[in-house]
Every structure is written in structure tokens, then in C-alpha cells.
Design a protein around this ligand. Structure first.
Ligand SMILES: NC(=O)c1ccc[n+]([C@@H]2O[C@H](COP(=O)([O-])OP(=O)(O)OC[C@H]3O[C@@H](n4cnc5c(N)ncnc54)[C@H](OP(=O)(O)O)[C@@H]3O)[C@@H](O)[C@H]2O)c1
Length: 275
């Protein structure tokens, strides 16, 4: 069921990071459907503008596209400058990525950049916009995490660790911000059908568990925010697995899936003469 966001509480503007691809544009669409204007943030300007044009056409809302690299230190002053005239009532800190592979074979610099994106960008955004939301005494913050992160996820060890930080940060802020009138929800997404799956070598059509649609993932996340839940794992099957499968078994299942995906990705790359 689509969430019905209250414009008074969560508008007149919302900000979504990672709004150029995957889960982010769907957040923008479902928020725009409530008549809330959008600040769209990511690195690829053309895609952000395309998302913006679509939501303006379909829902009559305004948009502002801000291109910035959230893995780099010091992005907040630019973000603050470009949003200081807007009354932002909802912030979705969604930008993130994964660099799958055997830990020891991954580039140390890449690991650090991804760790910054997957942790520090959430910290900076939650701290800057958290203060603003607290001043208004109403609004919402969604932090996008990943199901099972606390278990440790082999082959995305660094990225899983970062998401465990996001979960802990978000759940603590949920508690701290509640008396300030600000709702905070962690969206602990399971496998969702977005371009990031390609990085894992997964084909959504042949995955053992069908990945969730972005529509369902986002609508469950927004409904969780409306109920001011501290954490949402979208999808009934995901929730059952998350609750019942022991961490050691979950790690093994994920490791097996990722091993297969990465092996098939590398086979395709060798066949193309890329590797
Ligand atoms: N899909 C899944 O199965 C899944 C599962 C669990 C959690 N998640 C989480 O869901 C969130 C969205 O991922 P997705 O699946 O929608 O992947 P996606 O399609 O690859 O989208 C990632 C978004 O993050 C932005 N981004 C990446 N690096 C950035 C940077 N350095 N600075 C600014 N923006 C950056 C990308 O935009 P630009 O490239 O234009 O910058 C893009 O808009 C991520 O936090 C991811 O970890 C996804």
C-alpha cells in the first residue's frame, strides 16, 4: 500500500540522496505523489534532471538537482548553500554502493572511499538536517541500510560493516529525535531490483530469491516512517528470514550466492576479453 505523506509534517520540500538510480528515484516519485517538492542529490546530473522532469510532469511538483560526490569530505557547506532557502521536512539518506569481492583483493583506497560514502555521508546529513528538522519540531529522516548487515556479509565485508553503523546510528537517533517531533526510520533493504545487482553478477531473473521491486521497498519504508518505526525490513519473506535464520547460516547463504554471482560475472568478463 502506498504511503500517504502529510505535506504539513514532511513537506513542503524533501531531499533524497542517490536520486539518480535505483531506489532513490522511486523515493522521489512516491514523495512527489504527496505534492512535496524534491531536492535530488547524486553525481550524475543528466539522470537527476530526468528524474526531476518526470516528477514535475506527473505530480506538478518543483525539483532542484544538486550534483555532488558524497564520498568526499566537506560536501555539507555546498548542500547547505543550495538548500538554505528551502523548508525541508523529509530527508532520505539513500546514496550508497557496494564493491563486492574478496576483501584482500580489493583496492584499499576504493574501500576507504566507499566507507566514507556508506557511513560519513549519513552522519553528516543526519547531523546537519537533524538540527534543522529539530528546529521545526516536525519532519522525518530515513537512513537506508541493508538487511543482515550486523551478521557480517562475506564478499561485501566493508560495505556490510558500514551498513551496520547506519543501522545503529539510525536506531539511536530514532530514540533521541522522538521527543523533538522528528521521525527516524532505518530501511534495512534486502536484495532489490536496481542496477547495483549487476555489480554482484546477479541476473534478477535467475536469482534464487526474486529481488524486491523498488516500489515495494520504498512504499514499505515510507509506511514505516509514517508509523515512526525505528527499523523496517521490507518484504514478508525477508522479515521471516531476518528473524529466523541464524547469523552463521545467513552468512553462508549470502557467501554462496555472492561467490556464484561474482564467478559468473568474471566468466562473462573473460569471455568478452575484459579481465
Ligand atoms: N539494491 C539492493 O539490493 C540493495 C540492498 C540493500 C541496500 N541497498 C542500499 O540502497 C541504496 C540505494 O542503492 P540502489 O540499489 O538504488 O543502487 P544504485 O542504483 O546503484 O543507486 C545508488 C545511488 O547512489 C548514488 N551514489 C553512489 N555513489 C555516490 C557518491 N559518491 N556521491 C553521491 N551519490 C552517489 C548513485 O548516483 P550517482 O552514481 O549518480 O552518484 C545512485 O543514485 C544504497 O545505500 C544501497 O546500499 C540496496
Amino acid at each position: 500500500m502506498k504511503a500517504l505523506l502529510d505535506k504539513q509534517q514532511f513537506g513542503p520540500w524533501a531531499l533524497v540522496t542517490g536520486a539518480s538510480s535505483g531506489i532513490g528515484p522511486e523515493f522521489a516519485r512516491q514523495i512527489a505523489a504527496a505534492g512535496i517538492n524534491l531536492v535530488l542529490v547524486a553525481r550524475r546530473e543528466a539522470l537527476l534532471k530526468e528524474v526531476g522532469r518526470h516528477i514535475t510532469r506527473d505530480f506538478g511538483v518543483q525539483f532542484r538537482a544538486l550534483t555532488m560526490d558524497l564520498s568526499q569530505e566537506g560536501f555539507i557547506p555546498k548542500l547547505a548553500e543550495h538548500t538554505k532557502d528551502l523548508d525541508i521536512g523529509l530527508v532520505v539518506s539513500n546514496a550508497g554502493t557496494a564493491n563486492p569481492g574478496e576483501f584482500l583483493k580489493l583496492d584499499r583506497q576504493l574501500l576507504e572511499e566507499t566507507l566514507r560514502l556508506n557511513t560519513m555521508s549519513h552522519l553528516d546529513i543526519a547531523h546537519y538536517f537533524g538540527r534543522k528538522l529539530a528546529e521545526r519540531r516536525r519532519g522525518g529522516l530515513i537512513l537506508v541500510g541493508a538487511m543482515g548487515a550486523e551478521n557480517g556479509i562475506p564478499c561485501i565485508a566493508n560495505d556490510g560493516g558500514a551498513k551496520a553503523y547506519v543501522h545503529s546510528l539510525g536506531e539511536a537517533l530514532h530514540y533521541e529525535f522522538k521527543p523533538l517531533g522528528v521521525y527516524v526510520t532505518v530501511l534495512a533493504a534486502g536484495f532489490t531490483n536496481t542496477p547495483v545487482l549487476e555489480k554482484f553478477g546477479f541476473d534478477p531473473k535467475t536469482m534464487p530469491m526474486k529481488p524486491m521491486s523498488v516500489e515495494q521497498c520504498v512504499s514499505e519504508g515510507l509506511n514505516g516512517l509514517l508509523e515512526n518505526r525505528s527499523r523496517i525490513v521490507p518484504g514478508r519473506l525477508n522479515r521471516i528470514m531476518n528473524a529466523l535464520v541464524p547469523a552463521s547460516l545467513a552468512r553462508k547463504m549470502e557467501a554462496d550466492m555472492l561467490d556464484k554471482g561474482l564467478a559468473s560475472k568474471s566468466a562473462v568478463a573473460s569471455a568478452r576479453g575484459e579481465a
